[in-house]
Design a protein around this ligand. Structure first.
Ligand code: TRP
Length: 335
């Protein structure tokens, strides 16, 4: 029986934070040690250049993302770990898919529509102001990422579900035009993975600038935790765990029994200062050794590169023959 194929991409425009870790990296790494499916994880650097035009940030982020995943224990013997830009077949497939994708489908993409409505709200006379073709056809590139490896299950956040549905549409259209070629992918959204709140109480997100980076030095980690917003309840007062960012972050790392014990301390009236110190110590103990590995890996880009080159080779063993089959299907081949 053929194994199921699971694939996901990580856009390289920043350094991973606690929210990324809990919501995406940790579940993906845990899965990567199982042999029940084939796993493809990649650095989506050609997605990154759509939103970020600073080469230094793209480069540094690719390095940090790769180092983070390895430091946290990604099993690259099992999972195929590669860089999107190392697989030229993805770019070629992007054009092929672009040629059969209805413009109307892209008009309906949430990310594009949000950008247009921002322009309308700002009363700009150009609704497409600042919108590149890259942003507009982002879902086509994402479809190529997925369809290239016949991926079936795509673990993503809620905001990406529409993109996976678009990949299905595009795959279906291709199959209809040229015969069964692509596998129709499905989004997998894990309802159980925590969505962390950030320093200000909103969802932890790069775009809100409220994140706690995973591997900042100990002192800075402590400083950021001290900054997390709390209510103004006095020490000694019994406190609610529900809706408390400190508790929620603690819970995302702690075991069940530790969490229960902490609940009790809330009822008994733990002070915010004390809780922040606890949270810092807990996180720091948890992150200490991966942080050391992360820092060592940053000093050894040659090693990271070698891992990515191995991933590239394994990925291209699949993409090169499949692309030639696709080209053949559309009538582009040697005479
Ligand atoms: N767009 C995804 C995000 O921002 C990243 C991504 C790129 C991706 N290509 C992908 C995710 C393919 C899943 C499959 O999170």
């Amino acid at each position: 029986m053929n194994k199921e194929t699971v694939l996901t991409g990580i856009t390289t425009t920043g350094t991973p934070h606690l929210g990324n870790y809990v919501g995406a990296i940790r579940p993906a790494i845990e899965a990567s040690t199982k042999k029940d499916a084939s796993y493809f994880y990649f650095l989506a650097d050609y997605h990154a250049i759509i939103k970020c035009h600073e080469p230094q940030i793209i480069r540094q982020s690719s390095l940090e993302v790769a180092a983070s995943w390895l430091a946290l224990g990604l099993d690259t013997k099992n999972a195929i770990f590669y860089r999107q830009s190392d697989i030229p077949e993805i770019m070629e497939l992007t054009w092929i898919l672009t040629s059969i994708t209805a413009k109307g489908l892209m008009n309906r993409a949430h990310a594009y529509k949000a950008a247009v409505s921002e322009n309308e709200d700002a009363r700009s006379n150009d609704p497409d102001k600042g919108i590149t073709m890259g942003l507009f056809s982002y879902p086509v590139l994402m479809s190529a990422d997925i369809l290239m490896f016949k991926a079936q299950k795509i673990p993503v956040g809620r905001d990406q579900i529409q993109h996976i549905e678009m990949a299905r549409d595009i795959a279906g259209r291709f199959n209809h035009l040229y015969g069964e070629t692509f596998v129709l992918p499905e989004a997998v959204v894990d309802e159980n993975t925590a969505v962390l709140t950030g320093l200000d109480g909103r969802k932890m997100s790069k775009s809100y600038n409220n994140t706690i980076p995973l591997f900042i030095p100990e002192k800075k980690l402590r400083k950021l935790i001290m900054k997390i917003k709390t209510n103004s309840q006095a020490p000694e007062e019994p406190k609610e765990t529900e809706g408390c960012s400190l508790f929620q972050i603690y819970q995302a790392f702690a075991t069940k029994s530790e969490t229960e014990a902490m609940k009790k301390r809330y009822q008994d009236g733990i002070g915010w200062g004390e809780m922040k110190q606890e949270l810092f110590e807990y996180l720091n103990a948890h992150l200490k050794s991966p942080r050391e590995r992360f820092n060592a890996l940053l000093e050894d880009p040659g090693y990271l590169e070698q891992v990515l080159q191995e991933g590239k080779k394994r990925a291209r063993d699949i993409s090169v023959p499949f692309l030639s089959q696709i080209r053949h299907a559309i009538g582009i081949s040697k005479l």
